[in-house]
Design a protein around this ligand. Structure first.
Ligand SMILES: CC(C)(COP(=O)(O)OP(=O)(O)OC[C@H]1O[C@@H](n2cnc3c(N)ncnc32)[C@H](O)[C@@H]1OP(=O)(O)O)[C@@H](O)C(=O)NCCC(=O)NCCSC(=O)/C(=C/c1ccccc1)CC(=O)O
Length: 256
């Protein structure tokens, strides 16, 4: 199968599974990923997810340029029916961790940019090569890369299609951690499990406060975050969190 999906202890693991084609996305994989993200979004048992690729060579190299036929319908028809492909389906308040196990190129890097935490193996490489293949990083690359790293470096990457390695990606803050390839999934799992034991509503509220706040003036963001704190104040989980602290035990959160 082009994309694998499993659930374990409130964590969804999504693995792009076309290693012979560098985990690029053919039309079937795009469709399956959209369905998977919608399941992640709506399944109350899932609190966080990890996106990675099979093997040690590639996270994903974006669109499968050999298997993606020219569209049969005009852009207006598909855009106005479905909106943009893929990335809006990743838009959710549950966190997503990208475990980048090799090349993250084109749409592959754009998927990683739609994730909240990006960790990578030491052999990972990153590029938006769309200009080289007469396209555009039109999922979210032109918008999110300059927001994730310094603009001058983002512009260099977008206009030249040049690749950067994991150390450079770490230096400029595109990723939070670099580890040896055989340690990558352990680290992703550790982060996912740390998030999954936290109160699910607090985790979602924190992501919402950060993501919405980034587009607001500071005062508005602070006021909005205070409102989010207010809606969490009366939850059962907050009572449980405070109680567990006093009783010196681990809390058991229910997401209510
Ligand atoms: C990543 C590479 C530099 C690796 O090079 P290397 O020499 O190590 O390995 P290769 O021999 O090149 O690759 C092995 C094998 O995999 C096939 N492969 C790799 N990537 C793709 C791909 N994207 N599509 C199809 N097949 C792929 C390769 O052909 C080999 O097969 P074999 O010959 O063995 O049969 C190098 O592979 C490389 O440069 N790959 C291309 C990366 C790239 O340019 N990606 C961007 C694609 S465009 C895109 O992602 C877009 C996204 C998008 C934007 C907006 C809206 C929707 C989508 C743009 C678009 O779709 O228009």
């Amino acid at each position: 199968m082009g994309v694998e999906f499993k659930k374990e202890d409130h964590v969804a693991y999504i693995t792009l599974n076309r290693p012979k084609a560098m985990n690029s996305l053919d039309p079937e994989s795009y469709d399956r990923l959209i369905n998977i993200w919608n399941e992640v979004k709506t399944d109350p048992d899932i609190r966080v997810s990890v996106l990675t690729g099979t093997g040690e060579k590639a996270f994903s190299t974006g669109t499968d340029m050999k298997k993606t036929p020219p569209p049969k319908e005009c852009m207006a028809a598909s855009y106005l029916r479905d909106g943009q492909p893929l990335i809006p389906h990743m838009k959710m308040w549950k966190p997503i961790i990208a475990a980048i196990n090799g090349f993250a190129i084109g749409g592959g890097l754009e998927m990683a940019l739609a994730c909240d935490i990006r960790i990578a193996s030491s052999n990972a490489k990153f590029a938006l090569t769309e200009s080289k293949v007469a396209s555009l990083a039109g999922l979210n690359g032109t918008q999110c890369l300059p927001r994730a790293i310094p603009q001058a470096i983002a512009m260099k990457m977008i206009l030249t299609g040049e690749m950067i390695d994991a150390q450079e990606a770490y230096r400029i803050g595109l990723i939070s951690d670099v580890v040896e390839p055989d340690e990558l999934m352990n680290l992703a799992k550790q982060y996912a499990e740390k998030i999954a034991v936290n109160a699910p509503l607090s985790v979602k509220a924190a992501k919402q406060a950060v993501m919405m706040g980034l587009d607001m003036p500071l005062d508005h963001g602070i006021a909005y975050a205070h409102l989010l704190w207010g809606i969490l104040r009366d939850t059962e989980d907050r009572k449980e969190g405070f109680r567990a602290f006093s009783e010196k035990r681990a809390p058991e959160y229910k997401g209510i």
